[in-house]
Design a protein around this ligand. Structure first.
Ligand code: NAD
Ligand code: ZN
Length: 244
């Protein structure tokens, strides 16, 4: 990377957390293994069985309580520190590892495990325990109305306007550890390419969307991403401040 980009968008997926021991979505040990996605991650499931869905996400919330970020999450903290407002981190992950590593403003476009959403008043509240029928919404006090603050299939992801604006303005887009099956995130590379950005995919393997990327770096994110971030920080130091 000889010239420092003026504006960077990074999209992360389950693969960035794999080296922290969080199972990815598509694989034999996937978090959803043994549970059909339609039973736990759709709006229909929520309407049919709110407490079954809450029980499933309660279990995941307990699982992420003690996991630790890895060098890939840490590298993105350094990138944020170096590029400031010229950097946006968008994650599809519902785990708290970017936050735990120290990223200041990760956009959790698919929601967060450590948050609940009230179906009565619409308030999102940080939450670390189990959601039970008697758990009262911290905002409106009602019970039997809390659900996981997770964007389910067929629901609109969070912060789409902000993400699309950033993609249209960026000159570097990096996708890390995402299989490219889940839209709209899988289409971000197309928006960035249209905007004239350079695009880099980091993954262990070829993905559904690999052909759309200009550059590919193959290998575990815990190694490949810190190396790329070091190049980007070096380029910025060499160029001076690219934001001016
Ligand atoms: P995915 O599970 O569909 O794909 C994971 C990708 O990461 C694969 O392409 C795999 O080759 C790659 N990968 C695995 N280990 C890697 C490593 N060490 N380094 C680099 N790449 C690696 O994940 P997705 O595309 O993010 O889509 C899954 C959906 O499920 C998302 O919406 C996400 O919200 C959700 N999910 C989240 C988590 C989490 O929060 N950690 C975990 C599982 C699923
Ligand atoms: Zn409420």
């Amino acid at each position: 990377m000889r010239q420092a980009p003026r504006s960077i968008v990074v999209l992360t997926g389950a693969g960035i957390s794999a080296e922290s021991g969080v199972p990815v979505f598509r694989g034999p040990d996937g978090l959803w293994h043994g549970r059909r996605v339609e039973d736990v991650a759709t709006h229909e499931a929520l309407e049919r069985d709110l407490w079954g869905v809450n029980a499933f996400f309660n279990e995941l919330r307990r699982f992420v309580a003690d996991i630790k970020p890895n060098p890939a999450h840490e590298a993105l903290v350094k990138l944020e520190q170096a590029y400031g407002n010229a950097f946006l981190l968008v994650t599809q992950n519902v785990d708290p590892l970017h936050d735990r590593a120290g990223s200041k403003h990760p956009l959790h476009m698919h929601g967060e495990l450590q948050s609940i959403l009230c179906e009565q008043c619409g308030q999102r509240t940080p939450f670390f325990g189990d959601v039970l029928p008697q758990t009262a919404c911290p905002a409106c006090g009602r019970t039997e109305c809390l659900r996981p603050d997770i964007v389910l299939f067929n629901e609109m992801p969070y912060a789409m306007d902000q993400i699309i604006d950033a993609l249209m303005a960026c000159d570097l887009f990096i996708a890390v550890g995402t299989s490219g099956f889940v839209y709209p995130a899988a289409g971000f590379v197309d928006i960035a390419t249209h905007a004239g950005a350079h695009t880099i995919e980091i993954n262990l393997a070829e993905t559904e969307r690999s052909p759309a990327f200009a550059e590919k770096r193959t290998g575990p994110a815990g190694q490949t991403l810190p190396a790329l971030v070091a190049e980007l920080i070096k380029a910025k130091e060499h160029d001076g401040d690219p934001r001016t």
